[in-house]
Design a protein around this ligand. Structure first.
Ligand code: KIV
Ligand code: NA
Length: 264
């Protein structure tokens, strides 16, 4: 077995084959997702929420993410690992963006990077791709811009569909190998998927994108509470872990653990 390459993903689109993508931030989940055959894992800046406990993705830094990137790379053999450039690490322009992308590749050991923004980040994408680093773009709702976008809202409804379409064309023209479409109407995602030569990766973008991505704690039901409409929970890890924790605590308090077989 060998690592998935960006050209494999473009070839899959040409064959009409869909693929799954998940976030991962640590050894065990990365190993499980890799063994289960998920071809692309994203060390998302959503680690801000899902690992570090922040309210938004804005506070997380490159120095926070690089150790997680290294862990995921070390724990996988097949998946292509994408490192997510955090807020503040690429907006200044192509020079800053390339410097950060090089850190992710060199210090993180990942195989591609991702950044948010369409037309406004085309120069950054071109500079990174020009240095030999594959870039996954991310348009539609971009969480790092939530204060400008007015919170978690669908982008590209009605008249503004043309804006998302223009962003999609811009990132493909700049050399991105794939593009995440977050919270855009299904019909808009379908049109972009049809038009672009590169794979589209949907999250809240309907059934017609080339790939689908979810945050793993959402997919596996580790995160509790109200989930966004686009989330489907494939397990109830929060309940499983709560139950295991209660039993462990009860058995310690009751003197049942450790038993003879756990004792030297
Ligand atoms: O950081 C993240 O988790 C993401 C995906 C959901 C696309 O950017
Ligand atoms: Na992200």
């Amino acid at each position: 077995t060998r690592r998935v390459r960006t050209r494999d993903l473009i070839a899959a689109k040409e064959r009409g084959e869909r693929w799954p993508m998940l976030t991962s931030y640590d050894q065990y989940t990365a190993g499980i997702f890799d063994q289960a055959g998920v071809p692309v894992l994203l060390v998302g800046d959503s680690a801000a929420n899902n690992v570090f406990g922040y309210e938004t993705t804005l506070p997380v830094t490159t120095d926070d993410l690089l150790p997680l990137v290294r862990a995921v790379v070390r724990s996988t053999r097949q998946a292509l690992i994408v490192g997510d450039l955090p807020f503040g690490s690429y907006e200044e322009g192509p020079t800053q963006a390339l410097r950060t992308a090089v850190r992710f590749m060199k210090e993180g050991g990942c195989h591609a990077v991702k950044l948010e923004g369409g037309r406004r980040c085309a120069a950054q994408i071109a500079a990174i791709v020009g240095a030999g680093i594959p870039v996954m773009a991310h348009i539609g709702f971009t969480p790092q811009s939530e204060h400008t976008l007015g919170g978690y809202r669908v982008q590209g409804r009605g008249d503004t569909a043309d804006e998302v379409l223009a962003d999609a064309r811009a990132v493909a023209d700049a050399g991105a190998f794939a593009v995440v479409l977050e919270m855009v109407p299904g019909e808009v995602a379908k049109q972009i998927t049809h038009e672009l030569p590169i794979p589209t990766v949907g999250i809240g973008a309907g059934p017609d994108t080339d790939a689908q991505v979810l945050v793993w704690q959402d997919m596996a039901g580790l995160r509790t509470g109200k989930a966004p409409r686009f989330v489907k929970r494939y397990a109830d890890l929060a309940s499983t872990l709560t139950e295991a924790t209660r039993r462990f605590a009860d058995e310690v308090r009751g003197g049942e653990f450790p038993a003879a077989e756990h004792t030297f």
